[in-house]
Unconditional design. Sequence first.
Length: 175
Amino acid sequence: MTGRGLSVFALSTALGAIVLAGITASCGSPAGPGAVGTLTGRTGCKDFAAAAGGAVAAAGAGRECAEYDADGAGLLRLKHVNAAFNCCPGTVTATIEIAGDRIRIKERESASLCDCDCLYDLDYVFTGLGSGAYTITIVGPYQVEGDAPLTFPVDLDRASSGSFCVERTHYPWGI
């Protein structure tokens, strides 16, 4: 083969490998083509001194948690318990990325107008998820570098519910 013929052969072989890798990666992806996640609501700033029960008391101020409920047919409800934001956060939003078997939620606030931080609960709904195991990661604006991330597995092959928590020892969790 000439130098030019070898270059064309190498280029077509490399291109074929890239296409095959893309097809293989997409076949192993549990996320359905119409998978969507939406932030549907949030509580106000929590008052742990007045808490009488429920998720607030169960999680406590020193823990950040996620509670989930999956119906086994592509619907997942998720509650981020004790998400940290400013006491005057403005609008709370989330960027949700669903790629393959990973769901990444990045939470933000539009303002930090007060000289204090609070803990809130945020509600999410995911639809169109394919069956399979997913790894969910939630990243908030006040997560300190070096803290364990709020990352946990969820198996959507069947109806299930559960929770996952990480300890937080700094403000506003460790108050």
